[in-house]
Design a protein. Structure first.
Length: 723
């Protein structure tokens, strides 16, 4: 028996659980994880994903901690850094017991047991502070700092003692962070003293601990912060924070932050300038009032000599309209640079400047766009923005789009292969789709582009290139696209073509000629050949009767079919179409069988709600979803539509708003609640009128726009609700 594993087989692991079920595999996994061979890496990964999975602890976790602690503190044991990191993750997750961190779905008794066993192991774990390996000492600060606060009397003196000997600035910063978390008030004077020290990393750690624990803010803190980051990130790879500068800067008032960020932009390194710009953007993401306050920094940073700084500035400028307006002249100059058809930072800055000008409605985008389009340097996002922004066609724009569409190579070279060739094909595919989508947006005004669109209709050796938006553009052009009729007819009547392609061409022909007879015939044929869903969708789109596809739709909805995602999706799509036709028996059977098979949830939940009272037998299953981490809002909405109950949906909306923001699901739920949404109104008004952004909105680079969109959506629905 390896040292540290004594007694491991005396634990009834089979009666305990981890993320993947029974924990009976834990002893062998732990033995494998501390080996020095290749399988040890896989075993270590399994440990991390089993006894602590996405922040959730399990009944096996407290029983595992003593063995992990023994092995982590055995100096001859391999992979000790991994074990210390695992213990640190467990300790940080257990902070949820005191409300400090997310614990996933861990049971309260599990959290309590983990906290108790960590406290018992504290004396053993303190030895890690004197380890010869600086990385282990660094990780140990995070572990010790997240022990239960009842350990502070024992741990904090050890942290202070170690600080006197510690030579690694990053570890020293961790010691301060740990002390600040365990005993914030008792450590306040020590942290303030260290914030005025000589080492940039130590000063940064002290400032972070002061900010993180809401301790009194030293008058000299802004100046100290600027000094810490003047040459770049002083806390690279620090266990305590992913963005220590941002965490500290969030504590500063607007004037102090502007002074610090301006200093870093003007006199700091390029890394420091990027850090300042990113922090300014993060403030805008969190606070609506920060939009106007933060304008000067990105507006100045867009002229910085470093392309990385300019790129960071463009992220803020693109997302924050106030910054974009203030930077319009600089954006015009960047957009007017010679177009570059590559993925360099300079090219990305120029393309982003062009996008922002289009978004602003600034006419200076037009000439650079035409030049870039001719050079193949316009990406699909810019073309999509033109369509989404409602930019109308004019002779110059249409001529440029036609010329580009005529010259985009549709065929790859015979020797073209490999990953780069794949990326090239994807870029061509995306560009063609975006160009033809723009022509669809222009509709009849794009009639002169019919010859270019015809390139995309015929087959090449039986395989179509890609006419998804091309056929839709021809349909939008209408009768003026009559030259496309022969090619579209050829595809519509080709038995070797897919029904999706054939029906698409049939619908385009109907839009051009006004004759729906052939479309009706193809819809019936498609339904008879197993494409009932496609056929019904085409019929509904053109206002044609569903009588023909209905029997086939019933067969699809009620057939057991396969277990694959596509099979399940077809069943649910068929059920949804049947509901639109007023049928309920087959849809109800479909959602019950699919849900019972455990193959999907959200599709069945939505359909149950659309069925209304007819789905009453489904309600118990929906109630089981209300306490889960996912799906509770659609389940509550379905319950409302089936039973008329308001309370589950009110609770679900309140819970969703606290973490996930607003969005279409919340708007739909509020409209469904109507007057019953009254308990939510104060919180909704605060989201609309307050300074804090809607939480959990959008991807990085679109968060401010996402907040504004959701704010407008909420304001609109609030105006509809009584009271």
């Amino acid at each position: 028996m390896a040292a540290g594993l004594e007694g491991i087989d005396d634990v009834d692991w089979a009666s305990l659980s981890h993320a993947y079920g029974s924990a009976e595999d834990f002893p062998q996994t732990l033995r494998d994880a501390v080996g020095d061979d290749e399988p040890a890496e896989e075993a270590a990964e399994h440990l991390f994903s089993s006894i602590i999975h996405q922040g959730t602890l399990y009944s096996a976790t407290p029983h595992a901690v003593p063995f992990l602690a023994r092995l982590a503190t055995a100096t001859a044991m391999p992979r000790r850094e991994t074990l210390v990191g695992l213990l640190a993750g467990i300790a940080a997750s257990d902070d949820a017991a005191s409300g400090d961190a997310a614990s996933g779905d861990a049971a309260p008794e599990v959290l309590a047991d983990v906290g108790a066993v960590l406290a018992r192991e504290a004396p053993r774990l303190l030895s890690l502070l004197d380890d010869v390996d600086a990385e282990i000492r660094h990780c140990a600060t995070y572990l010790l700092g997240h022990l239960p606060c009842s350990c502070a009397a024992e741990v904090v003196p050890a942290l202070r003692a170690r600080r006197a000997e510690e030579r690694s600035p990053r570890v020293a910063a961790g010691l301060l962070a740990a002390a600040g978390r365990l005993d914030p008030r008792g450590s306040a004077a020590w942290l303030a003293e260290e914030a005025a020290g000589r080492s940039a990393a130590v000063r940064a750690g002290a400032l972070w601990a002061i900010a993180a624990n809401d301790l009194p803010w030293p008058d000299a803190a802004p100046h100290a912060l600027a000094r810490c980051w003047a040459e770049g990130e002083p806390l690279k790879g620090w266990a305590w924070a992913d963005d220590p500068f941002g965490d500290i800067a969030a504590r500063l008032d607007a004037a102090s932050f502007s002074a610090v960020a301006g200093t870093l932009l003007d006199r700091g390194s390029a890394d420091s300038a990027r850090t300042a710009v990113n922090a300014a953007y993060d403030r805008c993401v969190r606070s609506r009032s920060a939009h106007a306050e933060s304008v000067p920094l990105p507006a100045a940073a867009i002229r910085h000599p470093d392309s990385g700084v300019r790129f960071a500035a463009m992220t803020a400028i693109r997302d924050v309209r106030e910054a974009a307006v203030a930077s319009a002249d600089s954006l015009a100059a960047l957009a007017a640079a010679p177009p570059r058809n590559d993925d360099s930072l300079e090219a990305r800055v120029s393309r982003s400047a062009l996008e922002t000008l289009i978004d602003l409605g600034d006419p200076r985008w037009r000439e650079p766009f035409i030049a870039a389009l001719g050079a193949g340097a316009v990406d699909s996002d810019i073309l999509g923005l033109l369509a989404d922004s409602g930019v109308p066609a004019d002779p110059g724009l249409l001529a440029a789009v036609r010329e580009r569409l005529a010259t985009v190579p549709l065929e790859e070279a015979p020797d073209e292969g490999g990953y780069d060739a794949h990326l090239g094909r994807m870029r061509r595919h995306n560009e063609v789709n975006a160009l033809t989508r723009l022509l669809r947006h222009w509709g009849p005004a794009a009639a002169d582009a019919v010859p270019e669109l015809l390139r995309l209709v015929p087959y090449d050796d039986g395989v179509p290139y890609d006419g998804w938006w091309a056929t839709r553009a021809l349909a939008a052009i209408g009768p003026a696209a009559s030259a496309a009729v022969p090619g579209l007819t050829l595809v519509r009547d080709d038995p070797d073509a897919s029904w999706r392609r054939r029906l698409g061409c049939a619908q385009t022909l109907a839009a051009i000629t006004g004759d729906t007879a052939q479309l009706t015939a193809r819809i019936a044929e498609a339904a008879a050949e197993g494409e009932a869903v496609l056929a019904a969708e085409a019929a509904l789109k053109h206002g044609l009767p569903l009588d023909g596809p209905l029997p086939a739709l019933r067969d699809v909805a009620t057939a057991a079919g396969g277990d694959g995602a596509s099979d399940v999706r077809r069943r649910l799509d068929a059920a949804r179409l049947l509901l639109r036709a007023g049928e309920t028996e087959a849809p109800l059977r479909a959602i019950a069988e699919v849900h019972d098979g455990g193959r999907t949830l959200m599709g069945t939940v939505e359909l149950a709600g659309l069925l209304g009272p007819d789905a009453a037998s489904f309600v118990p299953r929906l109630r089981q979803m209300l306490g889960g981490r996912f799906g509770y809002l659609p389940a509550a909405l379905a319950i409302r539509r089936i039973t008329g109950e308001a309370a589950p949906l009110v609770d679900a909306v309140r819970r969703w708003l606290a973490s996930m923001g607003a969005g279409p699901q919340v708007v739909e739920a509020l409209r469904e609640l109507g007057a019953d949404a009254a308990p939510l109104l104060p919180g909704l008004r605060e989201l609309v009128d307050g300074d804090d952004a809607v939480p959990g909105v959008g991807a990085y680079g679109r968060q401010v726009r996402g907040d504004e969109e959701q704010r407008r959506e909420l304001a609109a629905v609030l105006a509809e609700l009584p009271g």
